[in-house]
Design a binder for this molecule. Structure first.
Ligand code: FAD
Ligand code: NA
Length: 383
């Protein structure tokens, strides 16, 4: 073995694929029973509908190198993502756009009129002086839109009153003064034609790549554990950076999600892939309905049943004893201090390369994880 990759998410698999292609023999270990990290999906056993087990994953990128690279492993559908939100029994398009504004105010404002109205409402606070998330939100889009679409949704995401959240949690609240409600504005967007898992498996499908599942890097009973490989083989580590150092600088804070999947006996539950719930009265933040991600599979999917998944958000328990999945970095000032300390430790760790979402304590979209891995490969590992 020339390289050990810890974690089979997009970061780890991109490194493994590049290294195998260059003639290195790579072993990839993952503690889970499947490869692919959080992008993993599988057919629901009852309906055959592809379900994203760790939350809905939409691929989008404006990076030509990444687009060329991912197309080696999968073709993409022409799916275009759109999101709606329910507020007080009425459905509005997101992100906040001219359609949202005119529907909310029962008006027919032109783009210029709407921008002037929002500027006037936002004058209540200067976002740069905001003392908390609420003041910043109002300073960016005005009180009426903030209270309808941001306040309660944010409170549910953080289980915290937005007046008690730091202003830094939001930097911008983009408003579109047009009726364009494409959720992403990247050059390329789509879903893998035969699913995420087929794509991820093709990346690992190389004679030089050996994937071992249910293999935890910190389990001494597992032969490729941290102590056993130390100094013997280069390691690309994509697990949590604080875990690697036994939480010596303190645990980093994460938010996690709880998912509740259900098969509903209707052809169509909500008419769209993702419906947000803006109000506190509804405990979940959103509902995914997976068949809408693949309208081109209509002839293969059942017409009398559908799979929905409710999503709930909360702070993760962190540290040694937790089973919570770390999803989004909380990034408080204390977290950032701890991260700096971990980065120093990581830089001093001989022959171990920290990457990916968990290894760098950074939210990364799939295209960013892949770009970052391609860059680590070519600048630090290829030579
Ligand atoms: P991961 O996919 O998390 O992979 C890390 C792997 O390391 C895991 O498989 C884990 O089991 C393994 N591991 C950890 N510790 C150990 C250990 N001790 N031993 C062995 N293995 C270990 N991106 C988009 O582009 N579009 C989206 O719509 C999108 N939606 C998302 C929704 C959610 C809820 C989340 C959390 C992420 C979303 N992403 C999305 C981001 C996408 O999931 C990431 O880009 C991708 O997961 C990053 O890959 P990664 O390899 O860094 O991490
Ligand atoms: Na303002």
């Amino acid at each position: 073995m020339d390289l050990l990759v810890v974690g089979s998410g997009f970061f780890g698999l991109t490194i493994a694929e590049r290294a195998a292609h260059a003639g290195r023999r790579v072993t990839v270990i993952d503690r889970r029973s499947h490869l692919g990290g959080n992008a993993y999906s599988e057919p629901d056993p009852e309906t055959g509908i592809e379900v994203h087990r760790y939350g809905a994953h939409l691929f989008h990128t404006s990076n030509p190198q990444v687009w060329e690279y991912v197309n080696r492993f999968t073709a993409f559908t022409d799916y275009v993502h759109r999101v709606y939100t329910t507020h007080r029994g009425v459905v509005y398009p997101l992100p906040i756009s001219l359609g949202t504004i005119n529907q909310f105010f029962s008006a027919a404002h032109s783009p210029g009129e709407a921008a002037a109205l929002i500027a006037e409402q936002a004058a209540e606070f200067d976002p740069k002086q905001a003392r908390n998330l609420e003041e910043r939100g109002i300073g960016l889009i005005g009180r009426p839109l903030y209270e309808a679409f941001i306040r309660d949704y944010t409170a549910k995401q953080w289980q915290t009153d937005p007046r008690e959240l730091p202003a830094e949690v939001i930097s911008r609240l983009p408003v579109r003064y047009s009726y364009d409600n494409r959720y992403f504005t990247d050059t390329w967007e789509g879903l893998p034609v035969d699913g995420y898992t087929a794509w991820l498996e093709r990346m690992a499908d190389h004679p030089n790549i050996d994937v071992r599942l249910k293999a935890d890097f910190f389990d001494d009973a597992q032969p490729l554990n941290k102590a056993a490989v130390a100094g013997r083989v280069p390691v690309v580590y994509t697990g949590p950076v604080d875990r690697y150092f036994d939480y010596s600088e303190g645990a980093l804070g994460w938010r996690t999600l709880d998912f509740e999947a259900e098969v509903v006996e209707v052809a169509d539950f909500q008419g769209t892939a993702v419906m947000n719930y803006a109000d506190l009265a509804v405990p979940y933040t959103r509902i995914h309905e997976f068949k809408h991600f693949h309208p081109e599979r209509a002839d293969r999917y059942p017409t009398d049943r559908t799979v929905i998944m409710r999503e709930y958000s909360r702070f993760a328990d962190t540290g040694p004893a937790t089973d919570d999945e770390p999803y989004y970095p909380v990034n408080t000032p204390v977290d950032r201090e701890r991260l700096l300390a971990y980065r120093k430790l990581a830089a001093a760790e001989p022959n171990v390369y920290f990457g990916g979402r968990l290894g760098t304590y950074q939210y990364l979209d799939m295209h960013m994880a892949i770009a970052s891995a391609l860059s680590m490969w070519s600048t630090r590992l290829a030579a």
